[in-house]
Design a protein. Structure first.
Length: 213
């Protein structure tokens, strides 16, 4: 898509949804399966409004992250945030994670530890699956002001960053999930929500989990 066409598409998208809540693309759309273009200023003065719309879309869903391809825009831009949890039984290390924008991100594991937990996706509604991901990652990106981002994330924030960055390279969490773990959200709540650990589901559904130090 040319810069002119991209700007026109985003402008029309924002105009059609003045409340900032954009329709989410569902799995099966090609935009979710292609590597997005590096962001090099293509949106110009539309960028702040587009970032605001991504933020509003994430809050409305509700979710903890939205990548530009999830609203049909093939650019390496994503937003993330998570209020965290006060549940002492939550083993996911789901700490509060302030709102942020990541542009042209990439990540690399820090250490070899991987952990398995259920996760879902706003572009694959109604299902969740267990994914083994790096417990800690180094996230490299720029923010909306052009400042460099170079930080180490741990636990659930690290998982969010991996999930959203993957979207920008055409990868959806189901590509990395243990397929035998896939569950409707209703069944996950009814059968496996007693603990945030997937061990009971793994035993009943016969799939492996990674919890290695």
């Amino acid at each position: 898509m040319s810069t002119t066409d991209l700007r026109a598409f985003v402008s029309a998208l924002l105009e059609a949804h003045p409340d900032g809540i954009l329709p989410l693309v569902q799995l099966g759309q090609p935009v979710l399966r292609a590597e997005a273009a590096d962001y090099e200023g293509q949106l110009g003065d539309l960028l702040p409004d587009f970032l605001h719309a991504l933020h509003m879309t994430m809050l409305d869903a509700p979710g903890v992250g939205v990548a530009a391809p999830q609203v049909g825009v093939p650019l390496k831009i994503a937003v993330m945030r998570d209020p965290g949890t006060d549940n002492p039984e939550d083993t996911r290390e789901r700490m509060a994670f302030e709102y942020r924008v990541i542009i042209n991100p990439r990540y690399e594991p820090v250490g070899e530890r991987e952990v398995s937990f259920y996760e879902g996706c706003l572009s694959f509604e109604g299902y969740q699956g267990v994914v083994a991901r790096a417990h800690q990652v180094r996230l490299l990106a720029t923010d909306e002001t052009g400042e460099q981002v170079d930080e180490v994330l741990t636990g659930w924030p690290a998982r969010i960053a991996q999930h959203e960055t993957d979207h920008l390279y055409g990868t959806v969490y189901v590509d990395k999930a243990e397929t035998r773990s896939l569950s409707s959200t209703d069944n996950l709540v009814a059968l496996w929500s007693q603990s945030t650990d997937p061990d009971a589901a793994a035993s009943a559904l016969d799939f492996p989990v990674a919890q290695r130090a």
